[in-house]
Design a protein around this ligand. Structure first.
Ligand SMILES: Cc1cc2nc3c(=O)[nH]c(=O)nc-3n(C[C@H](O)[C@H](O)[C@H](O)COP(=O)(O)OP(=O)(O)OC[C@H]3O[C@@H](n4cnc5c(N)ncnc54)[C@H](O)[C@@H]3O)c2cc1C
Length: 284
C-alpha cells in the first residue's frame, strides 16, 4: 500500500528535532526507516510529519567515555559492526548486530532505532538489557538517563515519550575475564529470532564470577533470565552447572504461541539456546 501523506523535516541537531516534535503533536521520529516505513505502508501508523534524525552529528558514531562506550542512536548497524572501538571494547555487540537481517537492512537501520522500536523479536533490546546499558534521552525538559532495566515497558513500548528522542546508548566495556556468545534460532537465514539468548560470563579461577543472560522473543519485552544468572554465579564453570542453570531459562517468561512456534516450543528453545550460549561464553 501507499502510505498516507506526510511532511518531512530533516533535523540538523537534537534541539531542532525536539522543536519539530513539539510543533507537530503527531510527528514521529524517523531513523533508518526499516521498521517505520513498513508500518506507514500498511497504514498501521499515519503521522502527519516525519522528523529525520539520521544526519544529526551528535547522534552518529561510537566514542569512548572512560570505561564505557557511547553509541550514537543514529549509527547504522553496519557502522556499529565495523567500529574498532566496539570490536575491541565490547565485541559481543558486533556478534549480535551481525545477525540482524541482511546487509541492505544493516546499512540503513540504526542501533538506536532498533532499541527505540522495542520489537520483542529484535536482537538489540535483549543485548542492551544483558549489558546493563543506559539510554540518554532528550526532551523539552532536558536530558535524562534511563537504565535498560526501566526502558522496555511493553510490546513496542519504551520509556521514551512521543516528544523525546533517544540520543545515545552507553554500554560498559567488557574487560578481561568476560566471555560472550549469542545463540539465535531463526527459521530462515537473515531473519528475526524465533528465540535468542545473549550470554555474558565472567570467569575467575575456574569459577563463574557473574553470568548475565538476555532473552529475545520470550515475552512482550526483552527479559533477563535472573534464575539462570543466580544459579550460575559463584559455581564452578562446568558443563553440569551450566546445564542445571539453563533449565530455569523459562522462569519469568511469557512467550506467545503463533504460526511459527508454540509457547512450549519457545520455552524449550530458551533452555537449549541459553545452555549453548553460556557454554560458549564460559569457554567450557
Ligand atoms: C527485512 C527486515 C529484516 C529485519 N530483521 C531483523 C532482525 O533479524 N533482527 C532485528 O533486531 N531487527 C531486524 N529488522 C529491523 C531492523 O533492525 C531495523 O533497523 C530496526 O528495527 C529499526 O531501526 P531503524 O533505524 O530503521 O528505525 P525506524 O524504522 O526509522 O524507526 C523505528 C521506530 O523507532 C522510533 N525511533 C527510531 N529512532 C529513534 C530515536 N533515536 N529516538 C526515538 N525514537 C526513535 C521511530 O519513531 C519508530 O517508531 C529487520 C527489518 C527488516 C526490514
Amino acid at each position: 500500500m501507499i502510505p498516507a501523506e506526510f511532511d518531512y523535516v530533516r533535523a540538523a541537531s537534537v534541539d531542532e528535532a525536539l522543536g519539530a516534535l513539539r510543533e507537530h503533536g503527531d510527528a514521529k521520529v524517523l531513523a533508518g526507516g526499516q521498521s517505520l516505513l513498513p508500518l506507514l505502508r500498511l497504514r498501521l501508523a499515519y503521522p502527519s510529519v516525519l522528523v529525520d534524525v539520521g544526519r544529526i552529528d551528535e547522534m552518529r558514531g561510537v566514542r569512548e567515555d572512560g570505561d564505557r562506550l557511547v553509541i550514537g542512536a543514529a549509527t547504522t548497524h553496519d557502522e556499529v559492526l565495523r567500529d574498532p572501538l566496539v570490536r575491541r571494547g565490547c565485541p559481543v555487540i558486533a556478534d549480535v548486530v551481525r545477525t540482524v537481517a541482511d546487509p541492505a537492512v544493516r546499512h540503513r537501520g540504526t542501533f538506536g532505532g532498533s532499541i527505540a522500536h522495542a520489537d520483542p523479536a529484535g536482537d538489540l533490546p535483549a543485548l542492551a538489557l544483558a549489558l546493563d546499558a543506559s539510554m540518554e534521552v532528550a526532551g523539552s525538559g532536558g536530558r535524562r538517563t534511563i537504565p535498560a532495566g526501566e526502558f522496555f515497558l511493553d510490546y513496542f513500548q519504551t520509556a521514551v515519550g512521543a516528544d523525546e528522542v533517544l540520543v545515545s546508548v552507553s554500554v560498559p566495556k567488557l574487560g578481561d575475564g568476560w566471555g560472550h556468545y549469542y545463540e539465535k534460532f531463526n527459521l530462515v537465514a537473515q531473519a528475526y529470532a524465533l528465540v535468542g539468548a545473549v550470554a555474558l560470563v565472567q570467569r575467575s579461577n575456574g569459577d563463574v564470577g557473574e553470568a548475565r543472560v538476555g532473552l529475545v522473543n520470550m515475552g512482550p519485552t526483552p527479559i533477563r533470565a535472573r534464575a539462570v544468572e543466580q544459579a550460575l554465579a559463584g559455581s564452578a564453570a562446568t558443563a553440569e552447572a551450566v546445564a542445571a542453570a539453563a533449565g530455569s531459562a523459562g522462569e519469568g517468561t511469557s512467550p506467545t504461541s503463533d504460526v511459527h512456534a508454540s509457547a512450549d516450543y519457545r520455552t524449550h528453545l530458551a533452555r537449549v539456546l541459553t545452555g549453548r550460549a553460556l557454554t560458549a561464553a564460559a569457554g567450557i
